[in-house]
Design a protein around this ligand. Structure first.
Ligand code: FPP
Length: 253
């Protein structure tokens, strides 16, 4: 049985988050400028999103541009923004064909006007698609998201529309950029780095973390299947014991 057949018969992660790392190193290996790596990253994006959608994953969230990425050389920042704008537009027919609903999280008002307009248009034209939600994290940082969430909640308390004792996990969830997404089940980071880099810290509280040496532009469906296979063969205990989980499993089978 091939890998795809094996993973199809097992529990599929509902929400996969990806830290797409290694574009610069991929380009450097070929003696090219860093942006060459970013341009060659789009095939990997398609493979990951369509691959995940075909096996029934409901949401894929990509770390496309962090709050810290604004500190990169202006030339690279501009090139990334242009790439984002052009590729979003170009992909619309494929989004429609494959039922991809586009979504975005982050401090989106930081984006250049043209990129933001295009993003809003693409979100609007794909809003009734239901096969998979593809979220771009743009000018995103988890600490910024949590800080902004605290401010929103504090304002509601101050205005008297929220009781301080009513603040719980769900209220926090509702005030995060990801309020319309389930928690992350599986986080994949490419290029051999083993860090979270300020990504979805609240949402990944119980996520399985998968690190691969593959550089992002080389990432293909088979790499996604390997990550899912690893996820399926780990035991997610959510704070319980293995024995408790075995008991629950027996009751449901
Ligand atoms: C990390 O590689 C990648 C980024 C900071 C940008 C991610 C952008 C893309 C994948 C381009 C496609 C964008 C979309 C979603 C349309 P790096 O530059 O940090 O690589 P390095 O660690 O090897 O230098």
């Amino acid at each position: 049985m091939n890998l795809l057949e094996q993973i199809k018969n097992n529990k599929i992660p509902k929400h996969i988050a990806i830290i797409m790392d290694g574009n610069g190193r991929w380009a450097k290996k070929q003696g090219m400028a860093r942006i060459f790596g970013h341009r060659n990253a789009l095939t990997a994006v398609r493979e990951a999103v369509i691959g995940a959608s075909e096996i029934g994953t409901e949401a894929v969230t990509l770390y496309a541009f962090s709050t810290e990425n604004w500190n990169r050389p202006k030339l690279e920042v501009d090139a990334l923004m242009t790439l984002l704008t052009k590729s979003l537009k170009k992909e619309v027919p494929d989004f429609q064909k494959n039922g991809v609903k586009v979504n975005a999280i982050g401090r989106l008002t930081d984006l250049p006007k043209k990129a933001l307009e295009t993003l809003k248009e693409v979100i609007d034209v794909t809003k009734t698609n239901t096969k998979i939600t593809l979220t771009f994290s743009l000018s995103y940082g988890s600490r910024e998201e949590i800080t902004s969430c605290i401010k929103k909640i504090a304002t509601k308390v101050k205005e008297g529309v929220l009781d301080i004792n009513a603040i719980n996990d769900n209220v926090v969830h509702q005030n995060l950029y990801t309020h319309n997404l389930p928690d992350v089940d599986l986080m994949i980071r490419t290029s051999g780095e083993q860090r979270l880099s300020n990504y979805l810290l609240w949402q990944m509280a119980y996520a399985e973390l998968y690190f691969t040496d593959v550089l992002w532009p080389d990432f293909r469906r088979e790499d996604l299947y390997k990550a899912i296979y690893t996820y399926q063969n780990r035991e997610r205990r959510f704070g319980k014991t293995s024995e408790q989980l075995d008991g629950e499993h027996e009751q449901t089978t």
